[in-house]
Design a protein. Structure first.
Length: 438
Protein backbone atom coordinates (compact mmCIF):
# COMPACT_ATOMS: atom_id res chain seq x y z
CA UNK A 1 0.00 0.00 0.00
CA UNK A 2 2.81 2.46 0.78
CA UNK A 3 3.92 3.07 -2.81
CA UNK A 4 0.40 4.25 -3.65
CA UNK A 5 0.13 7.03 -1.10
CA UNK A 6 1.62 9.73 -3.30
CA UNK A 7 -0.48 8.61 -6.23
CA UNK A 8 -3.64 8.60 -4.17
CA UNK A 9 -2.90 12.06 -2.85
CA UNK A 10 -2.35 13.36 -6.40
CA UNK A 11 -5.53 11.72 -7.64
CA UNK A 12 -7.56 13.22 -4.81
CA UNK A 13 -6.09 16.65 -5.50
CA UNK A 14 -7.02 16.38 -9.16
CA UNK A 15 -10.47 15.14 -8.20
CA UNK A 16 -11.04 18.14 -5.96
CA UNK A 17 -9.90 20.47 -8.70
CA UNK A 18 -12.06 18.74 -11.26
CA UNK A 19 -15.19 19.02 -9.18
CA UNK A 20 -14.68 22.67 -8.26
CA UNK A 21 -16.67 25.40 -9.96
CA UNK A 22 -13.63 27.06 -11.42
CA UNK A 23 -13.15 30.47 -12.91
CA UNK A 24 -9.71 29.96 -14.46
CA UNK A 25 -8.11 31.72 -17.39
CA UNK A 26 -6.59 34.99 -18.36
CA UNK A 27 -8.32 37.21 -15.80
CA UNK A 28 -9.81 36.85 -12.36
CA UNK A 29 -13.29 37.91 -13.41
CA UNK A 30 -16.10 35.43 -13.75
CA UNK A 31 -16.63 35.63 -17.50
CA UNK A 32 -14.96 36.51 -20.77
CA UNK A 33 -14.44 40.13 -21.75
CA UNK A 34 -12.51 42.24 -24.23
CA UNK A 35 -10.62 44.30 -21.67
CA UNK A 36 -7.25 43.50 -23.30
CA UNK A 37 -8.03 43.31 -27.01
CA UNK A 38 -4.42 43.56 -28.23
CA UNK A 39 -2.77 40.66 -26.37
CA UNK A 40 -3.23 36.94 -25.81
CA UNK A 41 -1.31 34.41 -23.76
CA UNK A 42 -0.97 30.92 -25.21
CA UNK A 43 0.25 27.71 -23.60
CA UNK A 44 1.34 25.31 -26.33
CA UNK A 45 2.08 21.67 -25.61
CA UNK A 46 5.50 20.26 -26.49
CA UNK A 47 4.95 18.56 -29.86
CA UNK A 48 8.44 18.46 -31.34
CA UNK A 49 11.77 17.03 -30.17
CA UNK A 50 12.37 20.01 -27.84
CA UNK A 51 10.75 23.16 -26.48
CA UNK A 52 13.04 25.27 -28.65
CA UNK A 53 12.04 23.31 -31.75
CA UNK A 54 8.39 24.10 -30.99
CA UNK A 55 9.17 27.79 -30.65
CA UNK A 56 10.85 27.76 -34.06
CA UNK A 57 7.72 26.24 -35.58
CA UNK A 58 5.19 28.43 -33.78
CA UNK A 59 6.75 31.87 -33.51
CA UNK A 60 6.62 32.69 -37.26
CA UNK A 61 2.95 31.67 -37.33
CA UNK A 62 2.11 33.77 -34.28
CA UNK A 63 3.85 36.72 -35.93
CA UNK A 64 1.69 36.14 -38.97
CA UNK A 65 -1.42 36.24 -36.78
CA UNK A 66 -0.23 39.50 -35.20
CA UNK A 67 0.29 41.06 -38.63
CA UNK A 68 -3.21 40.02 -39.69
CA UNK A 69 -5.06 41.07 -36.54
CA UNK A 70 -2.87 43.43 -34.53
CA UNK A 71 -3.04 40.97 -31.60
CA UNK A 72 0.26 39.95 -30.02
CA UNK A 73 0.44 36.37 -28.76
CA UNK A 74 2.74 35.64 -25.82
CA UNK A 75 3.85 32.03 -26.24
CA UNK A 76 4.94 29.51 -23.64
CA UNK A 77 5.66 25.93 -24.64
CA UNK A 78 4.90 23.74 -21.62
CA UNK A 79 6.48 20.27 -21.14
CA UNK A 80 3.99 17.42 -20.99
CA UNK A 81 5.11 16.47 -17.50
CA UNK A 82 3.97 19.86 -16.20
CA UNK A 83 1.02 20.67 -18.41
CA UNK A 84 -1.94 19.03 -16.69
CA UNK A 85 -0.88 20.17 -13.21
CA UNK A 86 -0.45 23.74 -14.40
CA UNK A 87 -3.80 23.73 -16.17
CA UNK A 88 -5.60 22.38 -13.11
CA UNK A 89 -3.94 25.01 -10.93
CA UNK A 90 -5.04 27.71 -13.37
CA UNK A 91 -8.66 26.55 -13.24
CA UNK A 92 -8.83 27.31 -9.53
CA UNK A 93 -6.48 30.29 -9.25
CA UNK A 94 -7.86 32.24 -12.20
CA UNK A 95 -4.26 32.90 -13.27
CA UNK A 96 -3.67 31.15 -16.54
CA UNK A 97 -3.47 31.70 -20.28
CA UNK A 98 -6.21 32.90 -22.59
CA UNK A 99 -5.74 29.98 -24.99
CA UNK A 100 -4.08 26.63 -24.39
CA UNK A 101 -3.42 23.22 -25.82
CA UNK A 102 -4.74 20.17 -23.96
CA UNK A 103 -4.30 16.48 -24.53
CA UNK A 104 -7.59 15.35 -26.03
CA UNK A 105 -7.94 12.63 -23.38
CA UNK A 106 -8.25 15.37 -20.74
CA UNK A 107 -11.18 17.11 -22.42
CA UNK A 108 -13.94 15.70 -20.22
CA UNK A 109 -11.98 16.15 -16.99
CA UNK A 110 -11.23 19.78 -17.77
CA UNK A 111 -14.76 20.34 -19.03
CA UNK A 112 -16.08 19.33 -15.62
CA UNK A 113 -14.23 22.24 -13.98
CA UNK A 114 -16.44 24.75 -15.80
CA UNK A 115 -13.34 26.81 -16.62
CA UNK A 116 -13.29 26.27 -20.38
CA UNK A 117 -15.33 28.08 -23.00
CA UNK A 118 -18.04 25.73 -24.37
CA UNK A 119 -17.89 25.38 -28.14
CA UNK A 120 -21.59 25.62 -28.92
CA UNK A 121 -22.94 26.18 -32.43
CA UNK A 122 -22.48 29.93 -32.08
CA UNK A 123 -18.81 29.64 -31.19
CA UNK A 124 -18.16 26.99 -33.83
CA UNK A 125 -19.71 29.29 -36.42
CA UNK A 126 -16.99 31.85 -35.60
CA UNK A 127 -14.32 29.39 -36.79
CA UNK A 128 -16.12 28.06 -39.84
CA UNK A 129 -18.48 25.46 -38.36
CA UNK A 130 -18.21 22.06 -36.71
CA UNK A 131 -18.54 20.18 -40.00
CA UNK A 132 -15.02 21.28 -41.01
CA UNK A 133 -13.58 18.78 -38.53
CA UNK A 134 -13.13 15.01 -38.76
CA UNK A 135 -15.77 13.21 -36.72
CA UNK A 136 -13.27 10.98 -34.88
CA UNK A 137 -11.39 14.05 -33.65
CA UNK A 138 -14.59 15.70 -32.42
CA UNK A 139 -15.30 12.54 -30.42
CA UNK A 140 -12.50 13.48 -28.00
CA UNK A 141 -13.54 17.03 -27.17
CA UNK A 142 -15.72 16.43 -24.12
CA UNK A 143 -18.60 14.46 -22.66
CA UNK A 144 -21.05 13.11 -25.22
CA UNK A 145 -24.23 15.15 -25.33
CA UNK A 146 -22.55 18.34 -24.08
CA UNK A 147 -21.07 21.20 -26.08
CA UNK A 148 -17.37 20.43 -26.70
CA UNK A 149 -14.87 21.96 -24.29
CA UNK A 150 -12.21 22.31 -26.98
CA UNK A 151 -11.51 22.25 -30.71
CA UNK A 152 -9.29 19.64 -32.43
CA UNK A 153 -5.87 21.04 -33.39
CA UNK A 154 -3.58 18.09 -34.19
CA UNK A 155 -4.78 14.52 -34.74
CA UNK A 156 -2.70 11.41 -34.32
CA UNK A 157 -3.00 7.69 -33.96
CA UNK A 158 -0.59 4.94 -33.06
CA UNK A 159 1.45 2.95 -35.56
CA UNK A 160 4.14 0.29 -35.42
CA UNK A 161 7.51 1.69 -36.52
CA UNK A 162 10.19 -0.83 -37.45
CA UNK A 163 13.87 -0.73 -38.38
CA UNK A 164 14.27 -2.09 -41.91
CA UNK A 165 17.92 -3.13 -41.56
CA UNK A 166 17.40 -4.95 -38.29
CA UNK A 167 14.49 -6.82 -39.85
CA UNK A 168 16.51 -7.72 -42.94
CA UNK A 169 19.50 -8.86 -40.89
CA UNK A 170 17.21 -11.19 -38.92
CA UNK A 171 15.60 -12.55 -42.11
CA UNK A 172 12.23 -11.00 -41.29
CA UNK A 173 10.34 -9.96 -44.41
CA UNK A 174 7.32 -8.15 -42.99
CA UNK A 175 6.20 -6.42 -39.81
CA UNK A 176 3.97 -8.40 -37.41
CA UNK A 177 0.22 -8.00 -37.89
CA UNK A 178 -0.87 -9.89 -34.75
CA UNK A 179 0.52 -9.99 -31.22
CA UNK A 180 1.50 -13.65 -31.60
CA UNK A 181 3.54 -12.61 -34.62
CA UNK A 182 4.98 -9.75 -32.57
CA UNK A 183 6.27 -12.15 -29.93
CA UNK A 184 7.65 -14.61 -32.49
CA UNK A 185 9.32 -11.83 -34.46
CA UNK A 186 10.51 -10.20 -31.27
CA UNK A 187 12.33 -13.29 -30.07
CA UNK A 188 14.33 -13.36 -33.32
CA UNK A 189 15.33 -9.73 -32.83
CA UNK A 190 16.09 -9.72 -29.09
CA UNK A 191 19.71 -10.81 -28.98
CA UNK A 192 23.29 -9.52 -28.86
CA UNK A 193 22.35 -6.61 -26.61
CA UNK A 194 19.54 -5.43 -28.87
CA UNK A 195 15.83 -5.69 -28.26
CA UNK A 196 12.70 -6.06 -30.34
CA UNK A 197 10.24 -3.59 -28.86
CA UNK A 198 10.59 -0.29 -27.04
CA UNK A 199 8.31 0.74 -24.18
CA UNK A 200 8.00 3.67 -21.75
CA UNK A 201 7.24 1.84 -18.55
CA UNK A 202 7.25 4.95 -16.33
CA UNK A 203 5.24 7.11 -18.74
CA UNK A 204 1.76 6.94 -17.23
CA UNK A 205 -0.12 8.31 -20.22
CA UNK A 206 1.65 6.02 -22.67
CA UNK A 207 0.89 3.06 -20.42
CA UNK A 208 -2.78 3.98 -20.54
CA UNK A 209 -2.80 4.33 -24.32
CA UNK A 210 -1.34 0.85 -24.77
CA UNK A 211 -3.48 -1.03 -22.26
CA UNK A 212 -6.66 0.79 -23.36
CA UNK A 213 -6.20 -0.54 -26.90
CA UNK A 214 -5.44 -4.05 -25.68
CA UNK A 215 -8.52 -3.96 -23.44
CA UNK A 216 -10.65 -3.03 -26.44
CA UNK A 217 -9.18 -5.98 -28.30
CA UNK A 218 -10.13 -8.20 -25.36
CA UNK A 219 -13.69 -6.85 -25.52
CA UNK A 220 -13.33 -4.78 -22.36
CA UNK A 221 -13.11 -1.20 -21.18
CA UNK A 222 -11.96 0.49 -17.99
CA UNK A 223 -15.32 2.15 -17.33
CA UNK A 224 -18.85 0.75 -17.42
CA UNK A 225 -21.77 2.24 -19.34
CA UNK A 226 -22.50 4.63 -16.46
CA UNK A 227 -18.95 5.98 -16.44
CA UNK A 228 -17.94 4.14 -13.27
CA UNK A 229 -14.46 2.57 -12.99
CA UNK A 230 -14.28 -1.10 -13.95
CA UNK A 231 -10.57 -1.81 -13.77
CA UNK A 232 -10.68 -5.47 -12.74
CA UNK A 233 -12.77 -7.11 -15.46
CA UNK A 234 -11.21 -10.18 -17.05
CA UNK A 235 -10.53 -8.26 -20.27
CA UNK A 236 -8.87 -5.31 -18.52
CA UNK A 237 -6.67 -7.62 -16.44
CA UNK A 238 -5.73 -9.63 -19.55
CA UNK A 239 -4.83 -6.43 -21.41
CA UNK A 240 -2.48 -5.16 -18.70
CA UNK A 241 -0.87 -8.57 -18.27
CA UNK A 242 -0.35 -8.94 -22.03
CA UNK A 243 1.40 -5.59 -22.24
CA UNK A 244 3.70 -6.13 -19.24
CA UNK A 245 4.39 -9.69 -20.38
CA UNK A 246 6.30 -8.34 -23.38
CA UNK A 247 8.99 -7.70 -20.77
CA UNK A 248 8.13 -10.17 -18.02
CA UNK A 249 7.40 -13.32 -19.99
CA UNK A 250 8.21 -12.86 -23.68
CA UNK A 251 11.52 -11.05 -23.05
CA UNK A 252 11.21 -8.79 -26.10
CA UNK A 253 11.37 -5.49 -24.14
CA UNK A 254 14.56 -4.55 -22.29
CA UNK A 255 14.20 -4.45 -18.48
CA UNK A 256 15.63 -0.92 -18.48
CA UNK A 257 12.55 0.31 -20.32
CA UNK A 258 10.69 0.05 -17.01
CA UNK A 259 12.31 3.38 -16.09
CA UNK A 260 11.68 5.16 -19.40
CA UNK A 261 9.34 8.15 -19.31
CA UNK A 262 10.92 10.80 -21.56
CA UNK A 263 10.81 9.25 -25.05
CA UNK A 264 14.00 7.24 -24.47
CA UNK A 265 12.43 4.39 -26.45
CA UNK A 266 12.46 6.64 -29.52
CA UNK A 267 16.14 7.39 -28.99
CA UNK A 268 16.90 3.68 -28.69
CA UNK A 269 15.03 3.07 -31.92
CA UNK A 270 16.85 5.86 -33.76
CA UNK A 271 20.22 4.47 -32.55
CA UNK A 272 19.46 0.90 -33.70
CA UNK A 273 19.20 -0.49 -30.17
CA UNK A 274 15.52 -1.43 -30.56
CA UNK A 275 13.84 -2.76 -33.69
CA UNK A 276 10.25 -1.64 -33.11
CA UNK A 277 8.28 0.98 -31.24
CA UNK A 278 4.58 1.76 -30.91
CA UNK A 279 4.17 5.53 -31.24
CA UNK A 280 2.22 8.46 -32.59
CA UNK A 281 3.62 10.47 -35.51
CA UNK A 282 7.28 9.78 -34.73
CA UNK A 283 8.90 10.85 -38.01
CA UNK A 284 10.03 14.30 -36.89
CA UNK A 285 11.65 12.88 -33.74
CA UNK A 286 13.54 10.22 -35.71
CA UNK A 287 14.77 12.87 -38.15
CA UNK A 288 15.94 15.12 -35.32
CA UNK A 289 18.04 12.21 -34.02
CA UNK A 290 19.76 11.61 -37.34
CA UNK A 291 17.63 8.77 -38.69
CA UNK A 292 16.67 9.06 -42.36
CA UNK A 293 13.16 8.26 -43.54
CA UNK A 294 14.29 5.29 -45.62
CA UNK A 295 15.73 3.52 -42.57
CA UNK A 296 12.36 2.81 -41.00
CA UNK A 297 8.99 1.49 -42.07
CA UNK A 298 5.52 1.86 -40.63
CA UNK A 299 2.60 -0.53 -40.26
CA UNK A 300 -0.67 -0.70 -38.32
CA UNK A 301 -0.42 -1.66 -34.64
CA UNK A 302 -0.98 -5.42 -34.28
CA UNK A 303 -4.29 -6.96 -33.21
CA UNK A 304 -5.16 -10.24 -31.51
CA UNK A 305 -6.05 -11.89 -34.82
CA UNK A 306 -7.07 -10.90 -38.34
CA UNK A 307 -6.64 -7.27 -39.39
CA UNK A 308 -7.52 -3.91 -37.81
CA UNK A 309 -11.06 -2.64 -38.15
CA UNK A 310 -14.12 -1.75 -36.16
CA UNK A 311 -15.05 -3.80 -33.10
CA UNK A 312 -12.49 -5.94 -31.27
CA UNK A 313 -9.82 -5.08 -33.83
CA UNK A 314 -9.39 -1.54 -32.53
CA UNK A 315 -5.66 -0.86 -32.67
CA UNK A 316 -5.25 2.73 -31.50
CA UNK A 317 -6.75 5.30 -29.22
CA UNK A 318 -7.89 8.53 -30.89
CA UNK A 319 -4.85 10.58 -30.10
CA UNK A 320 -4.33 14.27 -30.53
CA UNK A 321 -4.20 17.78 -29.20
CA UNK A 322 -7.17 20.06 -28.68
CA UNK A 323 -7.22 23.83 -28.38
CA UNK A 324 -9.24 25.39 -25.56
CA UNK A 325 -10.09 28.90 -24.37
CA UNK A 326 -10.42 29.84 -20.72
CA UNK A 327 -13.96 31.13 -20.26
CA UNK A 328 -12.88 34.23 -18.36
CA UNK A 329 -10.29 35.41 -20.89
CA UNK A 330 -10.00 39.18 -21.14
CA UNK A 331 -9.81 38.95 -24.93
CA UNK A 332 -12.66 36.66 -25.89
CA UNK A 333 -12.88 37.96 -29.46
CA UNK A 334 -9.14 37.66 -29.97
CA UNK A 335 -9.10 34.16 -28.49
CA UNK A 336 -11.74 32.90 -30.91
CA UNK A 337 -9.93 34.61 -33.81
CA UNK A 338 -6.74 32.83 -32.76
CA UNK A 339 -8.47 29.44 -32.69
CA UNK A 340 -9.88 30.19 -36.14
CA UNK A 341 -6.40 31.08 -37.38
CA UNK A 342 -4.74 27.96 -35.94
CA UNK A 343 -7.45 25.68 -37.38
CA UNK A 344 -7.58 27.39 -40.78
CA UNK A 345 -6.85 25.17 -43.78
CA UNK A 346 -3.54 26.93 -44.45
CA UNK A 347 -2.23 26.82 -40.88
CA UNK A 348 -3.27 23.21 -40.48
CA UNK A 349 -1.12 22.30 -43.49
CA UNK A 350 1.87 24.22 -42.07
CA UNK A 351 1.62 23.05 -38.47
CA UNK A 352 0.68 19.43 -39.06
CA UNK A 353 3.42 19.10 -41.70
CA UNK A 354 5.95 20.41 -39.19
CA UNK A 355 4.84 18.00 -36.48
CA UNK A 356 4.06 14.99 -38.64
CA UNK A 357 0.49 14.89 -37.38
CA UNK A 358 -2.81 14.49 -39.22
CA UNK A 359 -4.94 17.59 -39.75
CA UNK A 360 -8.30 17.22 -37.99
CA UNK A 361 -9.62 19.71 -40.54
CA UNK A 362 -10.98 17.75 -43.50
CA UNK A 363 -9.92 20.13 -46.26
CA UNK A 364 -6.30 20.23 -45.09
CA UNK A 365 -5.95 16.45 -45.36
CA UNK A 366 -6.11 16.72 -49.17
CA UNK A 367 -2.74 18.46 -49.31
CA UNK A 368 0.03 16.34 -50.94
CA UNK A 369 2.14 16.85 -47.80
CA UNK A 370 -0.05 14.28 -46.07
CA UNK A 371 0.31 11.56 -48.71
CA UNK A 372 3.44 10.08 -47.11
CA UNK A 373 3.20 6.34 -46.33
CA UNK A 374 3.50 6.98 -42.60
CA UNK A 375 0.60 9.42 -42.54
CA UNK A 376 -1.53 7.15 -44.71
CA UNK A 377 -1.24 4.44 -42.03
CA UNK A 378 -2.02 6.94 -39.27
CA UNK A 379 -4.92 8.48 -41.19
CA UNK A 380 -6.46 5.12 -42.09
CA UNK A 381 -6.12 3.96 -38.48
CA UNK A 382 -7.77 7.11 -37.19
CA UNK A 383 -10.63 6.73 -39.65
CA UNK A 384 -11.36 3.02 -39.29
CA UNK A 385 -9.82 1.38 -36.21
CA UNK A 386 -9.27 3.96 -33.47
CA UNK A 387 -11.45 4.58 -30.42
CA UNK A 388 -11.47 7.58 -28.06
CA UNK A 389 -10.42 7.11 -24.47
CA UNK A 390 -13.42 7.31 -22.12
CA UNK A 391 -14.81 10.85 -22.11
CA UNK A 392 -15.62 10.86 -18.40
CA UNK A 393 -14.79 13.53 -15.78
CA UNK A 394 -12.45 11.18 -13.93
CA UNK A 395 -10.33 10.32 -16.98
CA UNK A 396 -7.27 12.22 -15.73
CA UNK A 397 -7.36 10.31 -12.43
CA UNK A 398 -7.69 7.07 -14.39
CA UNK A 399 -4.50 7.91 -16.29
CA UNK A 400 -2.70 8.50 -13.01
CA UNK A 401 -3.74 5.46 -11.01
CA UNK A 402 -3.90 2.80 -13.74
CA UNK A 403 -0.83 4.24 -15.45
CA UNK A 404 0.98 3.90 -12.13
CA UNK A 405 -0.29 0.33 -11.66
CA UNK A 406 1.26 -0.58 -15.02
CA UNK A 407 4.46 1.23 -14.02
CA UNK A 408 4.63 -0.82 -10.81
CA UNK A 409 4.18 -4.04 -12.75
CA UNK A 410 6.94 -3.12 -15.19
CA UNK A 411 9.19 -2.39 -12.22
CA UNK A 412 8.42 -5.84 -10.81
CA UNK A 413 9.17 -7.44 -14.17
CA UNK A 414 12.46 -5.56 -14.49
CA UNK A 415 13.47 -6.93 -11.08
CA UNK A 416 12.75 -10.49 -12.16
CA UNK A 417 9.52 -10.89 -10.23
CA UNK A 418 6.69 -12.93 -11.68
CA UNK A 419 3.76 -10.99 -13.13
CA UNK A 420 0.71 -13.16 -12.67
CA UNK A 421 -2.98 -12.65 -13.31
CA UNK A 422 -3.42 -12.37 -9.54
CA UNK A 423 -0.70 -9.70 -9.14
CA UNK A 424 -2.14 -7.70 -12.04
CA UNK A 425 -5.62 -7.87 -10.57
CA UNK A 426 -4.31 -6.82 -7.17
CA UNK A 427 -2.63 -3.73 -8.65
CA UNK A 428 -5.76 -2.80 -10.58
CA UNK A 429 -7.97 -3.35 -7.54
CA UNK A 430 -5.77 -1.01 -5.55
CA UNK A 431 -5.84 1.51 -8.41
CA UNK A 432 -9.64 1.45 -8.52
CA UNK A 433 -9.74 2.21 -4.80
CA UNK A 434 -7.83 5.44 -5.49
CA UNK A 435 -10.57 6.78 -7.77
CA UNK A 436 -12.95 9.42 -6.38
CA UNK A 437 -16.34 8.17 -5.26
CA UNK A 438 -19.14 9.15 -7.62
Amino acid sequence: MRRYRAVASGAVTVALLATATACGGGSSTGGGSNESPKTLTYWASNQGPSLEADKKVLEPELKKFEEQTGIKVELEVVPWGDLLKRIMTATTSGQGPDVLNIGNTWSASLQSTGALLPWDDKNFSKIGGKDRFVEAALGSTGVEGQDPAAVPLYSMSYALYYNKKMFADAGITKPPATWDEMVATGKKLSKDGKWALGAEGSNLSNNIHQVFVLAKQHGADFFDADGKPDFTSDGAVAAVKQYVDFMAKDKIVAPGNAEYAQNQSLSDFAKGKTAMVLWQAAASTFKSQGMSDDEWGVAPVPVQSGTPGQGKSINSMVSGINMAVFKNTDNIDGATKFVKFMTSDEEQKILCSAYGSIPPVKAAQDDPAFDRPELKVLRDTLATSAAPLPQVPTESQFETVVGTAVKNLFAAAANGKAVTTESVKAELTEAQQQMPQQ
